[in-house]
Design a protein around this ligand. Structure first.
Ligand SMILES: NC(=O)c1ccc[n+]([C@@H]2O[C@H](COP(=O)([O-])OP(=O)(O)OC[C@H]3O[C@@H](n4cnc5c(N)ncnc54)[C@H](O)[C@@H]3O)[C@@H](O)[C@H]2O)c1
Ligand SMILES: [Zn+2]
Length: 376
């Protein structure tokens, strides 16, 4: 054999991807000033959906104009159905035709759909350009705008194509929530209640006490809600950015939740709200926690149920879908192990159970079937 030699490309990286989350009211001018001071990028790309554009894009653009900064707004039709490669490619084509390059700064201005889509575009355009998140839904302010997960759906799966791309900063403006429909507030609250159950008993109690203020989109309540949510998600992401173990706790309620969402969306014309599915999923997971004796008590389950009900979130599996269908979907889930669905379960309100060092466990199919029945 001929002599083979080699050369190593050393790529050990120690990158600091830290970023700030700013909380406040009427932040548009502050955002413009922050960009002016902190970003060397010359061309500002605002990506937003049709609803948010109608309500706020002129106002945001006006603040840039005041500072003599040029911006271009790219609008796509609001809704989950837009979170795909086609929309991403349309925007990328427009960006290219208009001569945008590596010196672009993308602003993801909207809910989770906008954040995922715009973050994805920022992740791939010119092999990646900087972006910031300006989340405008409770869900995006609580969850999707931090952590760096971006992506689009394909016919083969939700969020199937994506990149981890951390934003340069996140700006949480409580005022924009005033125009958010009640259903979207509830939808985002499900993830907030999830955060409370997995990590913070005080947060749980705070939501119980302040639910009306939240539903009325009162800025002080919205800001406190966002601060709690970001603290919890931020801590989890910091410790486990690549979802090796701890980050899995964010999937509480999502095993059954995703299956319900998937099955409802297969039959329905309207998109079944993710938060509704997670709410039901949390009820099943809480029952499973009791059955597997994690320490979670019947009284904890009742507290969770009461709060979800008070937030007008569903707690029962929709009649349209069958237990067997759910079982099939969860066994095919990308997070399942050898066809066994994994569940993250609480041991009390504010704490997650650990199974042999792991934050998730499998469960017997017959037990899941029984608990599915109980969640009807
Ligand atoms: N990246 C992540 O870590 C992560 C986490 C959770 C969810 N997600 C993704 O987030 C998406 C769902 O996000 P969402 O619930 O925010 O949906 P969304 O972005 O579709 O927003 C919901 C609706 O509210 C409207 N809207 C947004 N802001 C508004 C405002 N201030 N006033 C009035 N209307 C407003 C939108 O136009 C839309 O019709 C899903 O695609 C999900 O996969 C991502
Ligand atoms: Zn979720």
């Amino acid at each position: 054999m001929e002599k083979i030699d080699k050369q190593k490309i050393k790529l050990k990286q120690h990158i600091d991807e830290s970023y700030d989350i700013f909380f406040g009211e009427n932040l548009f001018l502050f955002i413009v000033k922050w960009i002016k001071k902190n970003s060397s990028e010359k061309r500002i790309v605002i990506i937003t959906d049709s609803n948010v554009a109608e309500l706020y894009s002129d106002k945001l653009k006006a603040e840039f104009n005041k500072e003599n900064m040029k911006t271009e707004v790219f609008i796509f039709p609001a809704g989950e159905h837009s979170k795909n490669l086609e929309t991403a490619m349309k925007i990328i084509a427009e960006l290219s035709l208009k001569g945008f390059g590596r010196d672009s700064l993308v602003i993801a201005f909207g809910g989770g759909v906008t954040g995922d889509l715009a973050g994805f575009i920022a992740g791939i355009f010119n092999r990646g350009v900087d972006y910031i998140q300006v989340p405008t839904t409770i869900l995006a302010q609580a969850d999707s705008s931090l952590g760096g997960k971006t992506g689009v759906n394909t016919a083969y799966g939700k969020n199937l194509l994506g990149v981890i791309k951390q934003p340069k900063a996140v700006f949480i403006d409580a005022n924009v929530i005033k125009t958010l429909p009640a259903q979207e507030i509830r939808n985002g609250l499900a993830e907030s209640i999830k955060h409370a159950v997995i990590k913070d008993k005080h947060f749980f109690e705070w939501i119980e006490k302040n639910l009306e203020e939240i539903m009325a989109a009162k800025p002080p309540a919205i800001l406190t809600l966002a601060r709690y949510n970001c603290k919890i998600k931020g801590e989890v992401v910091e410790k486990d950015p690549n979802e090796k173990n701890l980050r899995k706790i964010l999937n509480y309620g999502h095993t059954i939740g995703h299956a319900i969402e998937h099955l409802m969306n297969k039959q329905g014309k309207e998109v079944y709200p993710h938060g509704y599915a997670v709410s039901i999923g949390m009820m099943l997971a809480a029952r499973l926690a009791i059955a597997l004796k994690t320490g979670f008590k019947q009284a904890d389950l009742e507290k969770q149920e009461q709060l979800l009900k008070k937030a007008s979130l569903p707690i029962k599996i929709p009649r349209e879908i069958q237990n067997e269908e759910i079982l099939k979907v969860i066994s095919l889930d990308k997070k399942a192990k050898n066809g066994n669905a994994l569940f993250c379960l609480p041991s009390s309100i504010g704490k997650m159970a650990v199974f042999d060092g792991e934050y998730s466990t499998i469960a017997d199919k017959n037990l899941i079937l029984r608990l599915l029945d109980e969640t009807r």
